[in-house]
Design a protein around this ligand. Structure first.
Ligand SMILES: *[C@@H]1O[C@H](CO)[C@@H](O)[C@H](O)[C@H]1NC(C)=O
Ligand SMILES: *[C@@H]1O[C@H](CO)[C@@H](O)[C@H](O)[C@H]1NC(C)=O
Ligand SMILES: *[C@@H]1O[C@H](CO)[C@@H](O)[C@H](O)[C@H]1NC(C)=O
Length: 438
């Protein structure tokens, strides 16, 4: 009787994968489910968004809060005091998960910070550097009684803060965090995506129809023809300016309330997804990040146990898309809010197999949730992860060359958002926006 039940179970297990897709089936067969208790965390990589910031100009022509003086003493595009707090508290959260004997992943990292146990990479944008500094302050204050305590006559700073370094990736080489490395074929691919009928339909659906777009155009003083594929980016600019201004206590125009936060938030989420819409976009904008994440995992024995990437909402969104963690609907897990953080944990199970587990904290004060790559188990074996990532890593043999007459770069909208208007004049800017030719 017992043997017969086992046989039935075995047959059921063999039959079940027939109903899922081939790739998902392969993954499901390889990765037998493992309860969390059966695996041990041996390394963690996190990708987080900066904290609350001031506006990045330009926002929109009728913005009543466009005067840079309103954003002193921080400056445009920098963290605010609230933003520093967002990141400091994120650091404390990471500490409670990974640092010391009482952490939920106990003893992954020693309570006493030592150089070499962690790396942090930021983009060339000031707010990601300010965020890294704030996060590290929350994560690793000098341990009581340790040599990391300094300036012993001062009862404040040396007791609570360890200066910890981070590395900055320059704009022109950034295919990891801000995705700002110039690349004409990436821009061409972006245009192909956003000029497709499918994409335009999607933008309008998410925005709630053409009437809403017209309403936005009229009130914000812009003239985006609804067939202009930049619509989602334009919605994003209005959404993010409004959110920043609200958090600073500024009065936002009353007309915005009709569409803020929804559907502008949903349109913004779609805009962020668009930057990593296809594997080619992922490779050219975030392909190095994908490569580094996987390389660190494969070489965990020689690599730091904690590796962080201090980035942007688009970076967090890209990671979710690259690992296929997002439910395939328009809003998905939603826009990564300030200090949103994806945690990618490397685990070993009892049979010695390596795999990744994914966690996400979408907003300040929010819960940490589990995410599962499409077609994989919660403990997703490394071979399966590699299959998911195979066409998303940067390749040495892939150039950015395109036919000379290819035309516009709508990526400018993204660069303008990330870098701010003043940096658009830099010599690495690939070209100025023009009318589409294809
Ligand atoms: C700390 O205070 C003591 C006593 O006031 C003084 O002798 C010493 O030089 C101070 N050390 C530092 C590093 O300021
Ligand atoms: C919008 O653009 C389309 C295609 O370029 C054009 O046919 C249409 O007249 C434009 N509409 C407005 C209101 O500008
Ligand atoms: C991959 O990891 C190895 C071992 O830690 C390191 O030497 C190498 O530089 C890494 N490669 C990349 C592209 O990060």
């Amino acid at each position: 009787m017992y043997a017969a039940s086992l046989l039935l179970l075995a047959l059921a297990a063999l039959a079940a994968p027939n109903v899922v897709t081939a790739a998902a089936c392969k993954r499901a067969k390889r990765a037998a489910p493992s309860a969390a208790a059966d695996t041990q965390c041996i390394q963690v990589q996190v990708v987080y968004r900066h904290g609350a910031r001031t506006i990045v100009t330009p926002t929109y022509p009728t913005d009543p809060n466009a005067d840079p003086k309103l954003y002193q003493p921080y400056g445009l595009g920098h963290l605010t005091s609230l933003g520093r707090q967002h990141e400091y508290v994120l650091g404390q959260l990471l500490r409670s998960r990974y640092v010391g004997a009482t952490a939920s992943v106990a003893n992954l990292l020693d309570a006493e910070y030592a150089s070499g146990v962690l790396t942090t990479k930021t983009s060339g944008v000031a707010r990601t550097q300010e965020s890294a500094a704030s996060c590290l302050a929350g994560m690793w204050p000098p341990a009581a009684g340790s040599r990391q305590r300094w300036h012993s006559n001062n009862t404040q700073v040396g007791q609570v803060w360890t200066p910890i370094v981070y590395d900055i990736i320059p704009f022109a080489q950034d295919r990891a965090i801000a995705g700002t490395a110039p690349c004409a074929s990436r821009d061409l691919e972006y245009n192909r995506v956003v000029t497709s009928g499918e994409y335009r339909t999607r933008v309008l659906r998410v925005l709630g129809g053409e009437a809403n777009l017209r309403y936005l155009e009229t009130n914000s003083g812009t003239n985006y023809n609804f067939s202009d594929p930049a619509s989602a980016a334009f919605a994003y600019n209005i959404f993010s300016a409004t959110q920043c201004q609200e958090l600073l206590g500024l009065t936002t125009p009353s007309w915005i309330k009709k569409l803020y936060p929804e559907p502008l938030r949903a349109a913004s989420t779609l805009y962020l997804r668009t930057l990593s819409y296809t594997p080619k976009l992922m490779r050219h904008s975030y392909g190095d990040l994908t490569k580094w994440l996987m390389n660190a995992t494969r070489n965990y024995e020689t690599q730091p146990k904690f590796q962080a990437y201090s980035g942007h909402d688009a970076t967090v969104s890209a990671v979710i898309q690259i690992f296929e963690l997002e439910p395939q609907d328009d809003a998905g897990f939603g826009i990564p809010d300030f200090s949103a953080c994806v945690m990618i944990e490397l685990h070993r199970d009892r049979q010695g197999r390596l795999g990744l587990r994914f966690f996400y904290r979408r907003e300040y004060g929010g819960k940490v949730i589990t995410m599962v790559p499409k077609g994989c188990n919660e403990f997703c074996l490394l071979d399966d992860v590699e299959e998911i990532l195979s066409n998303k890593m940067s390749r040495d043999d892939e150039t950015c060359d395109v036919p000379a007459d290819h035309g516009t770069t709508l990526r400018e909208v993204h660069r303008a958002h990330i870098l701010g208007h003043h940096i658009l004049a830099d010599p690495t800017t690939p070209s100025t926006p023009t009318e589409e030719t294809d």
